[in-house]
Design a protein around this ligand. Structure first.
Ligand SMILES: Cc1cc2nc3c(=O)[nH]c(=O)nc-3n(C[C@H](O)[C@H](O)[C@H](O)COP(=O)(O)OP(=O)(O)OC[C@H]3O[C@@H](n4cnc5c(N)ncnc54)[C@H](O)[C@@H]3O)c2cc1C
Length: 428
């Protein structure tokens, strides 16, 4: 070791939610901790969460139901959740001074509706617990000796530690700093990486007309998903048109399923614009309206049924001339309109890429991480937390909870490995 080289008990790499909490927890255990972040500031992605409001956890379900929502890999996080799950997360933040509220579907937000409040409180606790914070400090790699990491390599120096926690996140929204650096290091250290893929993404569609509706948000619609014309899934809620496809909560939530289906065949998406009315009721309504306003132009009637941005598209899709009087519309034309209102059809082309993905699926393979401590089973002084591991969930606060739970474990056990006298497994 060089004389001027800094040495810590624990070095945490990545100043996102997982890295920040892991650093706080390890420092609270008495460890001398450094947190290294390549951006000038911490938590760039955390600030974007929940449309700037930060849906920090999810409290609707028991831990068992929570892991079921994560799919086949969910079981991995069970022990971490049992120590530091949604209830503990809320209590922890409240204790740190963050007032929270529970919204529809068990989504937890700060009362202030600002993610900067969450980041501010976490940053204050890094300082309070004397974490040595090094921003604008990209880690370039590791030095190992006899199967253990000795140092992290920075631009102009190396930093040594007894234990290292890797929290560099996934590859989504790379402008926030999550560029997947940790995957290549973990691989070079002997870990298997399940192929990272964008998850929770907007959908790109074949049809160019979506661009005309760009920015239009539809509330209370149903999205029906078909594989080779067979209905496979559906979602209800809010969605949004983008320049080249669809986005918004129900689309993003369905994207994992759509991605799987795209590997099997042609996937079509039908937006039910009137889910509260079945075919018969909607047809009765059209007939009533047509009879009540026989001399009205079709184009002047459509605003009663549709948002402005969809009117030209609908006119083209149903092939009714805009000036047609309502009493001149044929039964066949009315049925066509009815079917488009109950199923505005689009063809899914692909998922949007990492640039627009809310999370990355894949990552460090779970069987090579101890689920209780988050310690690598390959490198004994390496721990993982957050999105870098092969675990991801739907929208609703699941992904941040994965960060908090795994970071709590990694911070706890990385500090424990330093044999600090103050080590305790309490909460919080
Ligand atoms: C738009 C958007 C909205 C979201 N909303 C929600 C939500 O409301 N609720 C929810 O639960 N989840 C949400 N998520 C997901 C959630 O933000 C992520 O799962 C979470 O941020 C992952 O945390 P992390 O600490 O593992 O990684 P990240 O947040 O990606 O942090 C990793 C950090 O490591 C740093 N880093 C990377 N490489 C290096 C290097 N070489 N050297 C030093 N530092 C490095 C990065 O700069 C970054 O700061 C959202 C995601 C997005 C993109």
């Amino acid at each position: 070791m060089q004389n001027n080289q800094e040495q810590f008990d624990v070095v945490v790499i990545g100043g996102g939610p997982a890295g920040i909490l892991a650093a706080i927890r390890a420092a609270k255990q008495g460890a001398n901790v450094a947190l290294l972040e390549k951006n000038k500031t911490l938590g760039k992605k955390l600030l974007l969460t929940g449309k700037g409001r930060c849906n920090l956890t999810q409290v609707r379900y028991s831990n068992r139901d929570f892991i079921a929502k994560l799919g086949k890999n969910g079981r991995f996080v069970f022990s971490c959740l049992n120590v530091f799950g949604p209830a503990e997360t809320m209590a922890f933040f409240e204790k740190m001074g963050l007032k929270t509220k529970i919204e529809r579907g068990g989504r937890v937000f700060p009362i202030a509706d600002r993610s900067s409040k969450v980041l501010g409180i976490l940053a204050a606790h890094l300082l309070k617990n004397k974490v040595n914070l090094k921003c604008n400090e990209p880690v370039l790699g590791f030095e190992t000796k006899k199967g253990k990491i000795e140092n992290v390599i920075l631009k102009n120096k190396k930093i040594g530690a007894k234990n290292f926690i890797l929290c560099t996140g996934g590859k989504s929204y790379p402008e926030t700093g999550s560029t997947g650096d940790g995957f290549s290091w973990a691989k070079s250290l002997g870990h298997k990486i399940t192929r990272p893929a964008p998850a929770l993404t907007p959908i790109i569609t074949e049809e160019a007309w979506v661009g005309d509706a760009q920015g239009l948000s539809l509330k209370n619609v149903a999205l029906n998903i078909f594989l080779n014309n067979k209905k496979k899934d559906s979602r209800f809620g809010e969605m949004l048109f983008t320049d080249n496809g669809l986005s918004g909560p129900i689309v993003i939530d369905a994207s994992k399923r759509i991605g799987e289906l795209l590997k099997q065949g042609e996937v079509s998406l039908e937006i039910d614009l009137k889910p509260a009315l079945d075919f018969q009721k909607l047809d009765n309504r059209l007939k009533r309206d047509f009879a009540a306003n026989p001399r009205r132009d079709f184009k002047n009637y459509l605003p009663d049924l549709l948002p402005k941005k969809l009117i030209n598209t609908m006119i083209q899709l149903v092939g009714i001339s805009p000036e047609t009087k309502l009493n001149a519309i044929t039964r066949q034309q009315r049925r066509k309109l009815l079917h488009r209102l109950k199923g505005l059809k689009l063809t899914a082309k692909s998922l949007a890429g990492f640039e627009k993905a809310v999370v990355t699926s894949g990552g460090v393979a779970l069987k090579e991480i101890d689920p209780k401590t988050m310690r690598s089973r390959i490198i004994e002084n390496l721990f993982f937390a957050g999105e870098i591991i092969d675990l991801d969930g739907p929208t609703g606060g699941y992904n941040l909870q994965i960060c908090w739970s795994t970071a709590w474990a990694a911070g706890t056990w990385a500090a424990a490995g330093c044999d600090r006298k103050r080590f305790f497994l309490d909460f919080p």
